[in-house]
Design a protein around this ligand. Structure first.
Ligand SMILES: [Mn+2]
Length: 302
C-alpha cells in the first residue's frame, strides 16, 4: 500500500518519451523508488536480489501517520518498480540504472534505490554526476552508512563489486565521503583513507561512545547530500539477513537520529542496500523498509 506498485516500469529500455509519460509522471513527484534486484558480486551470503521484493512487502503494516516523527507521510513519491538487471554483469546493470536515474532526473525526480547489492549505488551516482554542470560529484557529500569501507580499488581483480563501490564513487570526485558505522576494513583501505583528507570516518565504536559529534557534523554540512545505507551498518541482532554481517554495529535509533540530522539538507538521492533474504516478514527487510518510510516522512516535513 505505502510503496506499492506491483506493475514494474522497466523504462531503462524505453526509447520514447511517450513511454515515460504513460506512467503519469507529473511535476509534483519528487522521489522515485527503483528496486535493483541484483546480487552477482557478493562474496558471502547471497540473496539481496530479493531485497526489493521483501523490503516493499515490509511496508505493509506501516501507518500513514509516522508516530515517531509525529507527521503524516506527505512527501510526493512514486514507486517505478524494479530495474531490469543483467545477472552476472555488474557494470552493464549499473549502466542501465544510470540511464534510468537519468530519466528520473530529467523530470526533477530524485532516486530512492532499494537493493540489491551495494555496487549499484555507483550507477545512481554516475547518473547524478553526468547530469551535473561539471560531470562529477564535486558539490555533493556522500553520507555512507556501512560496517565496511568498500573503498579498495579492486576486489579479487574486479573493479565493479560490492566491495569496491565507494572507490568507484570516489573516482567521481565527490566533495566529501563521510563513512559512518565502520568496523571492518583492510590495511590498504585505512592507508587510502588516511591519505585523502576528504574522507571522514565515524567508527561504530565512537558512535556507541557518543553520537553527538557525528550529529553536529552532519548538521554543519552545507553541500548537497546523497545518503547510502548498507543495512550491515546495523548490528546483526537488528539486521541478520545480510551479505556480510559484522557484530557490534549501530541500532535503528542511531540511523533515525542520523536521518533527522540531515532532514533539512539538499538531498539528491537515497538508497537502502544489501537486504539479503527471500523471507516475507524478515526483520532486516522490515527495518530497511522503515528507513525508507522514515526518510519519506522527514522529506515531507521540510
Ligand atoms: Mn557493508
Amino acid at each position: 500500500m505505502i510503496f506499492g506498485t506491483h506493475s514494474p516500469c522497466k523504462f531503462a529500455f524505453a526509447s520514447e518519451e511517450d513511454d515515460f509519460e504513460q506512467i503519469h509522471i507529473n511535476d509534483e513527484i519528487q522521489w522515485g523508488i527503483i528496486g535493483v534486484p541484483f546480487d552477482s558480486t557478493v562474496s558471502y551470503h547471497v540473496g539481496s536480489r530479493y531485497g526489493p521484493l521483501v523490503v516493499r512487502e515490509g511496508s505493509y503494516s506501516f501507518e500513514s501517520y509516522n508516530l515517531e516523527l509525529k507527521t503524516e507521510i506527505n512527501s510526493c513519491f512514486y514507486d517505478f518498480g524494479d530495474l531490469n538487471t543483467i545477472p552476472g554483469n555488474c557494470l552493464k546493470t549499473c549502466d542501465l540504472l544510470s540511464q534510468t536515474v537519468t530519466d528520473l532526473l530529467k523530470h526533477n525526480i530524485n532516486p530512492i534505490l532499494i537493493g540489491g547489492e551495494h555496487s549499484l549505488t555507483q550507477g545512481a551516482l554516475r547518473a547524478i554526476a553526468l547530469n551535473s554542470d561539471h560531470n562529477d560529484l564535486r558539490d555533493i557529500t556522500i553520507i555512507h552508512l556501512d560496517a565496511h569501507r568498500d573503498i579498495i580499488d579492486d576486489y579479487l581483480g574486479e573493479k565493479y563489486s560490492h566491495a569496491t563501490v565507494l572507490k568507484r564513487i570516489y573516482d567521481l570526485n565527490p566533495k566529501e565521503i563521510v563513512q559512518i558505522g565502520i568496523r571492518s576494513s583492510s590495511f590498504e583501505e585505512e592507508e587510502f583513507v588516511k591519505s585523502n583528507n576528504n574522507i571522514k570516518t565515524y567508527e561504530a565504536s565512537s558512535i556507541k561512545e557518543d553520537i553527538k559529534p557525528l550529529i553536529e557534523y552532519l548538521k554543519s554540512i552545507d553541500s548537497k547530500v546523497y545518503i547510502s545505507i548498507d543495512m550491515d551498518v546495523l548490528d546483526p541482532s537488528f539486521a541478520p539477513s545480510l551479505g556480510n554481517p559484522v557484530p557490534s554495529g549501530l541500532s535503528p535509533h542511531d540511523v533515525l537520529d542520523i536521518l533527522i540530522a540531515l532532514k533539512d539538507k539538499n538531498i539528491v538521492g537515497f538508497d537502502v542496500m544489501e537486504t539479503a533474504t527471500d523471507k516475507l516478514g524478515d526483520i532486516t527487510a522490515i527495518t530497511a523498509s522503515k528507513f525508507v518510510y522514515d526518510f519519506l516522512s522527514l522529506m515531507g516535513t521540510r
